[in-house]
Design a protein around this ligand. Structure first.
Ligand SMILES: Cc1cc2nc3c(=O)[nH]c(=O)nc-3n(C[C@H](O)[C@H](O)[C@H](O)COP(=O)(O)OP(=O)(O)OC[C@H]3O[C@@H](n4cnc5c(N)ncnc54)[C@H](O)[C@@H]3O)c2cc1C
Length: 398
C-alpha cells in the first residue's frame, strides 16, 4: 500500500471490487483496504443472484457457483404453495453463488487489472481538509498510515461507518433493519434447483424465510424479520429454529450466519466533496427482496466511472460527483428500489389473510408474464389506493 492514490476504496466486497477494477481500467491508481483478514469470509449472505444480473458483470464459473436455479416457489401463510417454473420466475431464477470464492474472484480481477489490495487493513478515520475528504487513516497490525486520495469510495457495507465519520447521516430506523440468521444446512430433502420463499407472520414477521439450495441435499436456510419485531423469545433465530425443527428435523447445520440487511430508502445523498458511497453503505439494497449484490456491483462500477471523469477534469467537488448520484437514481436499479420500497411498505402492513388471497389469485393467472409488475397489478386490485403510493409507475400499468 502506498501513501497516495487517485482512488482509495474502503471495503473489499462486490461494490469495492468493481470500483477498484473500473478505476484502474480507466487509467487511475487505486487501492482497496479491507479490514477482514480474508476477502469473502465470513460470508454473510444467502448468495442468490439473478441470471441476467450476474451476466452483466461476469461470466459464471463453476469455481464460485454452488447451484443453478431453474425455478422458484412461494409458500403463502396458509401453506399454499405457488410454483414458478423457469420461464415464469423472472429475476428469481439464476444462481446461488459461493461468495467466499466469488468475492475473491472479483477482487482478484481488480488486482490483476492493477489495483493494490490490503487486507487486515481498517480505515479508522477520514483525512479531512476544510470539510473535503482527502483520504483515510488506515490501521494495519497496530500501525496507522495516512493514505491520501483524489476520491475516496466508501464500499464498507451495511455496518458502514466511514460516511458517518465524514458527516453524512447514515442512520437506519430499527424497523428497517432486517435482523437475519442463516444456517448452511446439509442432509435435507429439497428441490436442488428452486429457491423457496416462505411468507407470513408466523414464519417471518415483516420479512421472509428462504431456502436457497447449495447442492443436491444442502441449502442456505435463513430468515429475516423486522428489527422492531425482534425480542426475547421471538428473535430471528427462534423463528428459524422452529422452521428447521418442523421442516428439516434430520438436517445438520454446518454454519451459523447472523447478519443485518437494511431495507430502508437509499441515503439522501451518496456523494460529498471527495467522497462517493456505494453498495450497502449507500443503502441501495432492494427493500423488497433484501438483495444487494447486483446493486453493489452496479454502484461500485458507476462510482469509479464518474470518479475517473471528475479526476480528469480536476474537479472532485460534491457538485461534480453528483453525476453518480443522479445517474444511479435514474437507472433501472434506482427506479426498482423506489418502487419496491413502496411495495414492501404495503406488504408488511398486510394481514396474512390478504396475503393468502393475493398469492391464490396470482397463482390462477396465466403466469407466462409473471414478474414484479404482475404482483403490483394484483396488489392494486386489492388496494386501488396503492396507485397513488406507487405514483407514475403504477398508473402506467392501467
Ligand atoms: C443474511 C443475508 C442474506 C443476504 N442474501 C442476499 C442474497 O441472496 N442476494 C443478494 O443479492 N444479496 C443478499 N444479501 C445482501 C448482500 O450480502 C449485500 O448487499 C452485498 O454483500 C453488498 O456488497 P457491498 O460490497 O456493498 O458490501 P459487503 O459485501 O458487506 O462488503 C463490505 C466490506 O467492507 C469491509 N469494511 C467495513 N468497514 C471497513 C473499514 N472501516 N475498513 C476496511 N474495510 C471495511 C467489510 O469487512 C466488508 O468486507 C444478504 C445479506 C444478508 C445479511
Amino acid at each position: 500500500m502506498k501513501n497516495k492514490y487517485d482512488v482509495l476504496v474502503i471495503g473489499g466486497g462486490p461494490a469495492g471490487a468493481l470500483a477498484a477494477k473500473t478505476a484502474v481500467e480507466k487509467g487511475l491508481s487505486a487501492c482497496i483496504v479491507e479490514k477482514r483478514q480474508a476477502i469473502g469470509a465470513p460470508v454473510r449472505c444467502a448468495e442468490g443472484i439473478g441470471r441476467e444480473a450476474l451476466h452483466e458483470f461476469i461470466e459464471p464459473d463453476s469455481r464460485w457457483i454452488s447451484a443453478e436455479m431453474t425455478g422458484a416457489g412461494i409458500v403463502a401463510p396458509d401453506g399454499f404453495f405457488m410454483r414458478l417454473e423457469s420461464a415464469y420466475a423472472g429475476n428469481k431464477v439464476g444462481y446461488i453463488l459461493d461468495r467466499k470464492f466469488f468475492d475473491r474472484e472479483l477482487v482478484w480481477r481488480a488486482a490483476e487489472a492493477g489495483a493494490d489490495v490490503a487486507v487486515k487493513s481498517r480505515a479508522s478515520a477520514p483525512l479531512m481538509d476544510h470539510g473535503v475528504v482527502k483520504g483515510a487513516k488506515v490501521e494495519y497490525c497496530g500501525k496507522v498510515t495516512k493514505v491520501s486520495a483524489e476520491v475516496v469510495i466508501a464500499a464498507d457495507g451495511v455496518e458502514s461507518k466511514f460516511s458517518r465519520w465524514c458527516g453524512i447521516d447514515t442512520t437506519v430506523p430499527v424497523r428497517e433493519i432486517m435482523s437475519s440468521v442463516q444456517y448452511v444446512m446439509t442432509d435435507i430433502d429439497i428441490d436442488p434447483h428452486a429457491t423457496i420463499f416462505y411468507l407470513g407472520n408466523e414464519v417471518a414477521p415483516e420479512g421472509y424465510l428462504w431456502v436457497f439450495p447449495k447442492g443436491e441435499r444442502s441449502a442456505n436456510v435463513g430468515v429475516g424479520i423486522s428489527g422492531k419485531k425482534s425480542g426475547e423469545g421471538h428473535r430471528a433465530k427462534d423463528y428459524l429454529d422452529r422452521f428447521v425443527k418442523k421442516t428439516f428435523p434430520n438436517g445438520k447445520t454446518i454454519e451459523y450466519i447472523p447478519g443485518g440487511v437494511s431495507v430502508c430508502r437509499p441515503l439522501d445523498s451518496t456523494v460529498a466533496d471527495g467522497l462517493m458511497i456505494t453498495g450497502d453503505a449507500a443503502r441501495v439494497v432492494d427493500p423488497l427482496t433484501g438483495g444487494g449484490i447486483y446493486n453493489a456491483m452496479y454502484t461500485g462500477r458507476l462510482a469509479a466511472q464518474v470518479a475517473a471523469e471528475c479526476i480528469s477534469k480536476g474537479d472532485t467537488t460534491r457538485e461534480a460527483l453528483m453525476v453518480y448520484d443522479k445517474t444511479w437514481r435514474a437507472s433501472k436499479m434506482g427506479k426498482a428500489i423506489e418502487r419496491n420500497y413502496h411495495i414492501k411498505e404495503y406488504l408488511i402492513s398486510m394481514p396474512d389473510e390478504k396475503l393468502n388471497a393475493i398469492i391464490h389469485s396470482v397463482a390462477k393467472l396465466n403466469l407466462s408474464e409473471f414478474s414484479t409488475l404482475t404482483l403490483i397489478k394484483e396488489l392494486i386490485k386489492v388496494n386501488p389506493k396503492l396507485v397513488l403510493e406507487l405514483g407514475v409507475l403504477a398508473a402506467s400499468l392501467h
